[in-house]
Write a protein that binds this ligand. Structure first.
Ligand code: ZN
Ligand code: CU
Length: 495
């Protein structure tokens, strides 16, 4: 018995169909680059709420808002697997340097240093101090960190690795030696808990002083914990210069012994004497991939950037002072010039400028291109938001790969470039329903002009938004439009 006023079943069907013909936003006449690496095709993309609802020819659909994307590409928002914005998500929540490049998802906590769980008292050793500043907020658990992020979300989606270096600073009494059995148990327990609470993997940085004395066994024990959670061992290897081959061997061994997937961060071969070595390291990675799970990412620049006293100034052809606490006026100047002015050698100039960060020209262009071209390489920026004279990677990485390296140098197609910053990365880090344009997936979307996209950031003028990024959406909400941030903060905490 139907009461009067209740809809007929036929009406319900009709209403549902009409509902299906509506969307919040429709991107019209776009070149759809779906993130899989396949060729672009013309069509429309419909978004309702935080999801993509339809892709293809959608003339019968009506959008609450319609964006004409003639001549523009619509692609999945880019995923940056290697950044250090653990703190910047709170202090720079608009993430202008990130979203202006088309990046919609970031992974923090890299190189062994996550902001959570940090319990050690100040002063914390470098590079923690450079990454998170003096008086960094303390989060006694990873849950406390992610709860705060959920309460104060940034513009982008953010996942976070758990840093072995951070755990070491918390638990190991003497950082100059390997952890003893009790300390190892404490670190394993802390890692286990943090991964339970949503840490998306483990990161290590035996290159850096707080972890340099960690043994291969200690790192392997950490990797075992990550493996039990089905998560990755992500590493800034012990050496990226004269001993990069040994460091890669160590990383692969850690993966084999622990059965954990390993991921090599910002792969490089630093120093003039190591120019060309990437042909060998990529061969090692390729061979290892037959029997174990190995991945890697890289940045599209011949210069790297880290703390000024990393020793890299001895391998570099040129060094730019990025930041210096006692001498902020020297930010952006050549280290050699500053040293000459003071009448001291480079080592002494470095000492005087500390605490400081630098930009080091240490790689061969041919190695950069060979690593980029390797089919399993993902794109990362290794950036930190903020700073007055950062490395240009902070603002320019992703547009540089698509504009300079894909379109102009033709290392690969733009579609392939997009794959290395979307689906490849999402699959690697287990980011579900992101990294591809597909109905039902989250509406993380970048609209860009394939003919004009390029980075504008340079070593001399690094704080500049890229050209050719028309608009950027995170979970269906615009975060970048008409060359500026919208102020919306729709980011999710991942996973
Ligand atoms: Zn690193
Ligand atoms: Cu890093």
């Amino acid at each position: 018995m139907r009461r009067s006023g209740e809809p007929e079943p036929a009406d319900l069907d009709r209403c549902r169909e009409e509902e299906e013909l509506k969307a919040d936003i429709i991107f019209r006449n776009a070149e759809i680059i779906d993130g899989t690496g396949g060729p672009r095709r013309k069509g429309d993309v419909a978004v309702t709420g935080d999801r993509i609802t339809a892709i293809g020819d959608l003339p019968e659909m009506a959008g609450g808002r319609e964006e004409d994307c003639s001549g523009l590409a619509v692609a999945p928002g880019f995923i940056d697997p290697h950044v250090h914005n653990d703190l910047a998500v709170f202090t720079h929540p608009d993430m202008a340097s990130v979203v202006s490049q088309g990046v919609t998802t970031i992974i923090n906590g890299n190189c062994g240093f996550s902001l959570a769980p940090l319990t050690a008292p100040d002063p914390v050793p470098q590079p923690l101090r450079m990454l998170f500043g003096l008086n960094a907020p303390r989060f006694s658990s990873f849950r406390a960190y992610s709860d705060r992020l959920r309460a104060e979300p940034p513009a982008v989606n953010a996942g976070c690795l758990i840093g072995h270096g951070t755990l070491r600073v918390n638990e190991v009494a003497d950082l100059e030696r390997a952890a003893d059995a009790r300390e190892l148990r404490a670190m394993s327990r802390a890692l286990d808990e943090a991964l339970d609470q949503g840490g998306i993997g483990l990161s290590t940085g035996p290159f850096y002083a707080p972890a340099r004395a960690s043994s291969t066994d200690e790192l392997t024990q950490m990797a075992r914990v990550a493996q039990r959670h089905g998560k990755l061992y992500v590493t800034h290897m012990r050496d990226e210069g004269d001993r990069v081959v040994e460091a890669l061997e160590e990383t692969l061994e850690i993966g084999r012994v622990s059965c954990c997937g390993v991921h090599i961060s910002h792969h490089k071969c630093a120093g003039v004497s190591n120019f060309g070595v990437s042909a060998h390291t990529l061969g090692m990675i390729d061979a290892a991939r037959m029997t174990q799970d190995v991945g890697l990412d890289t940045t599209p620049w011949t210069a790297s950037s880290t703390i000024l006293n990393s020793g890299r100034h001895r391998q570099a052809q040129r060094v730019i002072v990025a930041e210096s606490e006692p001498f902020p006026e020297h930010a952006g100047r050549d280290l050699a010039e500053v040293a000459a002015e003071w009448g001291v050698d480079l080592d002494e100039a470095v000492e005087r400028l500390l605490p400081a960060t630098g930009i080091f020209f240490i790689m061969d262009e041919q190695d950069v291109q060979r690593i980029l071209r390797y089919e399993h390489t993902m794109i990362c920026s290794d950036g930190i938001a903020g700073g007055t004279h950062p490395h240009p990677r902070v603002w320019g990485t992703f547009p540089r790969v698509l504009g300079h390296y894909a379109r102009d140098v033709r290392l690969f197609s733009i579609e392939e470039g997009v794959r290395r910053m979307t689906s490849l990365t999402a699959d690697r880090f287990g980011l579900k329903e992101r990294g591809r344009l597909r109905a039902g997936h989250f509406a993380d979307i970048v609209v860009f002009n394939p003919a004009t996209i390029r980075e504008r950031a340079t070593y001399d003028a690094p704080v500049q938004a890229a050209e050719g990024i028309a608009s950027v959406y995170v979970n269906g909400t615009a975060v970048w439009k008409d060359g500026e941030v919208t102020g919306s903060r729709p980011g999710h905490v991942l996973p």
